[in-house]
Design a protein around this ligand. Structure first.
Ligand code: HEC
Length: 206
């Protein structure tokens, strides 16, 4: 499977490398051994959060239907993210341009990346997985961040699609009065997994 990734080194230099044949892009900066390690670790954390969530969501939907499954998204998603954060030392979570839970709102950088992911997915020129890895200078230290696009799949439409069953819409409105996360179509960008490492010395693994 093609694995495009790009790294933002410093605040403005964008290092971009895509697997041959997927997308052409200039290579700026270099990818050190240490960078490969933290990117791979971040990728594993994002994949782990995704697969645990999908597993629990699928089971809950089959067992109790979508209204009952809301609690998986509300309680299990933050709990799994918190556990992975504790185990790794990074901050692991989910974000989106249009969020259901305001606590998942993106910061400025995440917003920029989400906009980029969205237009790349919409253009049809880029294939999943869509990932970004970048390093931000913080004085003497470097903050490392990873994001991975989450596409909208058929199962997501039940709770994030254009039309929701009335009972489900009511339950979501009760828990999330400021919900913005409906109206998605299959294949559109739903959001992204985020992994942020605490600022550390430039040479360390993460
Ligand atoms: C049973 C209903 C339900 C289904 C099905 C569902 N979600 Fe959600 N989703 C929610 C709820 C509720 C939240 C808010 C979770 C929270 O409080 O953190 C949420 C939050 C999210 C978020 C975090 C950003 C935000 O909007 O707060 C993402 C990303 C997301 N869902 C993606 C998906 C994807 C991708 C699928 C399909 C694989 C999916 N969801 C299926 C109910 C659902």
């Amino acid at each position: 499977m093609p694995q495009p990734w790009r790294a933002f080194i410093d605040d403005h230099e964008i290092a971009y490398r895509a697997a041959a044949g997927v997308a052409a892009g200039p290579v700026v900066g270099r990818r050190s051994r240490a960078a490969s390690d933290w990117i791979e670790h971040s990728r594993q954390l994002a994949l782990q959060l995704g697969s645990e969530l999908k597993g629990e969501l699928g089971k809950a939907m089959a067992a109790g239907g979508p209204v009952a499954a809301i609690s998986v998204c509300r309680e299990r998603a933050p709990a799994i993210a918190a556990r992975l954060s504790r185990e790794s030392g990074a901050t692991v979570g989910r974000t989106a341009l249009r969020v259901r839970n305001p606590a998942n709102a993106p910061d400025e950088l995440q917003r920029t990346l989400l906009e980029q992911f969205g237009s790349e997915l919409a253009s049809g020129k880029f294939t999943l997985p869509l990932e970004a890895a970048f390093e931000m200078r913080r004085g003497e230290l470097v903050e490392r961040r990873y994001m991975r696009a989450i596409p909208t799949e058929p199962v997501c439409l039940t709770c994030h699609g254009k039309t929701l069953a009335p009972e489900l819409a009511a339950a979501i409105a009760r828990d999330y009065p400021k919900d913005q996360a409906t109206g998605f179509e299959q294949g559109q960008l739903r959001g992204a997994f985020t992994v942020t490492w605490p600022a550390a010395a430039p040479s360390s693994g993460h």
